[in-house]
Structures are given as C-alpha cells and as structure tokens.
Design a protein around this ligand. Structure first.
Ligand SMILES: [Zn+2]
Length: 146
C-alpha cells in the first residue's frame, strides 16, 4: 500500500465536497473516529457527507479510474453468484478489468473481506467462491483470536 494516504486522513466518498482532502494542515478536520467494527477495525465518519468507512476502505483501490464503491459492488455481486459474463453486460466493464480487480482484491484479501462483509453483507462462504475465481484464497493471515 505504498504511496497511499493514511486511512482516516481523507474522505473516500467521491460525491463528497471534502473527498480526498487530507486532514493535515486543515484548521477544521472533516474526519472523526466513529467506533469500531465487530472485528475491532477502526471506523471513521466524514462530518461533511456523514459517510462512514473503516480503516480498510479507501486504501487499496484508491486512484483507480472506477470508483471504489463500483469495484467493491462488482466483487460483492460475484461473491453472491453472479457470473463475470453477466456483470460485463450489466455494468459495461471488460472481463479483463474485473479479473484484474479480483487479482488485486486477492492480494488484499483480508481487507476486502472485511469491507464486503461489513458494507455489502456478503457471507463468509460466498467469499470463498469469490477467491476461487482467481485460484487462491488470497493472503489470509492466521486468525488473531482463534
Ligand atoms: Zn465526506
């Protein structure tokens, strides 16, 4: 994740007036901490647009041409059983593009799973189906709490 702004440093909502604005050097910051997810990941809220995001949002797909939400939604639909070929028709993305997102997502599997489960209500078993597209289960670490 080299070269990315630190999470909690900017609002990842592209529709927001303060999107991407770094907190450093601002008199009035727009990002505040807003509790934690079940897994203990820090959650933030943007005071400008009231969009909440976790420490994993806005870090791995940032600066891609397609909005992060679109990418995550596409991955969620795949996890829920949609076929790549039907998503290319429905959403207009190239199959290669979707596969590239999948490969990138697999490299950040833990972060992607967290977001998909929290924000898109994707289930654990569906995630395994998602990773099967790219032939691996990502870079999963051992569970911290057994
Ligand atoms: Zn915002």
């Amino acid at each position: 994740m080299e070269g990315f702004a630190k999470t909690g440093d900017f609002c990842p909502n592209e529709a927001c007036r303060d999107y991407g604005k770094l907190q450093d050097g601002q008199k009035q910051t727009n990002i505040k901490k807003s509790g934690k997810t079940k897994k203990g990941v820090q959650r933030y809220e943007c005071k400008t647009c009231h969009h909440t995001f976790t420490a994993t949002t806005g870090t791995f797909f940032f600066r891609k041409r397609t909005p992060e939400h679109e990418i995550l939604e596409t991955l969620a639909l795949l996890a829920e059983g949609s076929r790549i070929s039907s998503l290319t028709r429905a959403k207009g993305f190239k199959e290669d593009t979707i596969l590239a997102w999948l490969r990138e997502a697999a490299r950040h599997a833990e972060a992607v799973e967290e977001v998909l489960m929290a924000d898109f209500k994707v289930k654990r078993a569906q995630l395994d189906a998602l990773w099967s597209y790219v032939g691996n289960k990502g870079e999963k670490k051992l569970p911290r709490d057994g």
